[in-house]
Design a protein around this ligand. Structure first.
Ligand code: NDP
Length: 453
């Protein structure tokens, strides 16, 4: 079987040249599926894995737009519709200069398994653009979003493909995108999630990814009779996922001592309490400022610039009990993982998508610490997006308590599914294997049932 996986991975590399993030994501999933493929020859016979790594459809388009000075810019636009075996394509849009096909294929591939784990009927997709909203005026962002949606609207719809936000796409961008879709199609529908509360959005969606990651962390800790209460926590990033991860850690009695952005990190040994976090939310969501300003505002804190040439991130070299990477992919390298372990970290829960490079993930697994992989731990966001779709279809709105309870229950179920699958296939306690296996089986069985499509 290992020979088959090696051949399969070589083929994926040959068929998708120059796409290292996509290769990394496929490698991670395929290697953990060995015992499943051994026990289920029908998956191999039907070439399920070979079909799963090929997106059902990849759309690439031109996005021209004009800045406030009248200068014309041309951006790349993408939507990767990866897998619709269990529901309409579902996954975020990312606006960041680093966006390319490899990154969107890795994200769309992961999304297929993540959505399967949520227990809701959603397929996998991802999209975005190499546009950077950073430093752009609201008018410029609106013109870009309108141009992007003018093309994207041909391919999406409430029963076909329902995008959401991701890095660089928050409430403001979803608003502009939704407005243009509605105008072009003359329909008010649940075509996007992450909408504003007054126009079809769901309570708890904004908080869902961060809250869900901490609920997942609580479940992992509870297997050791432990909890977040009293734990020192390092959180990276300062965007949507980081903010609400920090909020839930505070609510459950933990102490968050770090945050970051692409410019650097802040360390506040006194803890980023609710008041300081409210200041960060205003900084990032309102004024759109830099995290370095935190150290000017709160004198106990220090700011350290990010310097890639050092080979490690000082954020992961702080003595903490728990780590919550919530910024971006591959933000924890092997040296960072070794630093965390040297300081006796007991748990790593991934709020961002694929934040640990493979060698770092291997170190966490070998050390047998609690390691919650992104496709399980950060599935709360898309889960509440699924609940937003249900509310839109039924034209009702659930209460905050109802939605928080549903989110919490879903995270408990995802944790249970990962734990059970890892035990059933011989690697108890390995949540990474468990998430891949549980996510895969539901999609694979649906593909088998639907024939060769
Ligand atoms: P945001 O745009 O709100 O925040 C992203 C944060 O990460 C910012 O602080 C940003 O800093 C930082 N960041 C981004 N790129 C880099 C980089 N290359 N190096 C260092 N820091 C970086 O995005 P989200 O919080 O929504 O997303 C964060 C992660 O969570 C992503 O991996 C995303 O895919 C994942 N995720 C998000 C979900 C959601 O519901 N939003 C759902 C599931 C996963 P700066 O402002 O300087 O760029």
């Amino acid at each position: 079987m290992h020979h088959f996986i090696d051949e399969f991975l070589s083929q994926v590399q040959a068929n998708n040249p120059g796409e290292p993030e996509f290769h990394q994501a496929v490698h991670e999933v395929a290697t953990s599926l060995v015992p499943v493929l051994e026990r289920h020859p029908e998956y191999r016979a039907a070439k399920i894995l070979e079909r799963m790594v090929e997106p059902e459809r990849t759309i690439m388009f031109r996005v021209p737009w004009q800045d406030d000075q009248g200068e014309i810019h041309v951006q790349k636009g993408y939507r990767v519709q990866f897998n619709s075996a269990i529901g309409p394509y579902k996954g975020g849009l990312r606006f960041h200069p680093s966006v390319n096909l490899s990154i969107l294929k890795f994200l769309g591939f992961e999304q297929t398994f993540k959505n399967s784990l949520t227990t809701l009927p959603m397929g996998g997709g991802k999209g975005g653009s190499n546009f950077s909203p950073k430093g752009r005026s609201d008018h410029e962002v609106m013109r870009f979003c309108q141009s992007f949606m003018t093309e994207l609207q041909r391919y999406i719809g409430p029963n076909t493909d329902v995008p959401a936000g991701d890095i660089g796409v928050g409430g403001r961008e979803i608003g502009y995108l939704f407005g243009q879709y509605k105008r072009l199609r003359n329909e008010f529908s649940g075509v996007l999630t992450g909408k504003g509360l007054g126009w079809g959005g769901s309570l708890i969606r904004t908080e869902a990814t961060g809250y869900g990651a901490v609920y997942f962390a609580e479940e992992m800790l509870s297997t050791q009779g432990d909890s977040i209460e009293g734990k020192l926590c390092a959180v990276s990033g300062s965007g949507n996922v980081a903010q609400y991860t920090a909020e839930k850690i505070n609510q459950l009695g933990g102490k968050v001592v770090t945050l970051s952005d692409s410019g650097g990190m802040i360390h506040d040994p006194a803890g980023i309490d609710a008041e300081k976090l409210a200041w960060v939310m205003d900084l990032k969501n309102g004024r759109r400022g830099r995290i370095s300003e935190y150290a000017d505002q709160f004198r106990d804190a220090t700011f350290e610039k990010y310097d890639a040439s050092r080979g490690f991130n000082p954020l992961w070299d702080i003595d903490v009990d728990c780590a919550f990477p919530c910024a971006t992919q591959n933000e924890i390298n092997a040296k960072d993982a070794a630093n965390l372990l040297k300081n006796n970290v007991g748990m790593v829960t991934e709020g961002a998508n694929m934040p640990s490079v493979p060698d770092a993930a291997d170190l966490f697994t070998e050390a047998a610490i609690l390691y919650g992989p992104s496709k399980a731990a950060n599935a709360g966001g898309v889960a509440v997006s699924g609940l937003e779709m249900s509310q839109n279809s039924m034209r009702i709105s659930w209460s905050r308590d109802e939605l928080d309870k549903r989110l919490h229950d879903i995270m408990i179920d995802i944790h249970g599914a990962c734990r059970d699958a890892s035990e059933e296939y011989g690697t108890p306690g390995n949540y990474a294997n468990g998430a891949n296996i549980a996510g895969f089986k539901k999609v694979a069985d649906s593909m088998l049932a639907q024939g060769l499509v």
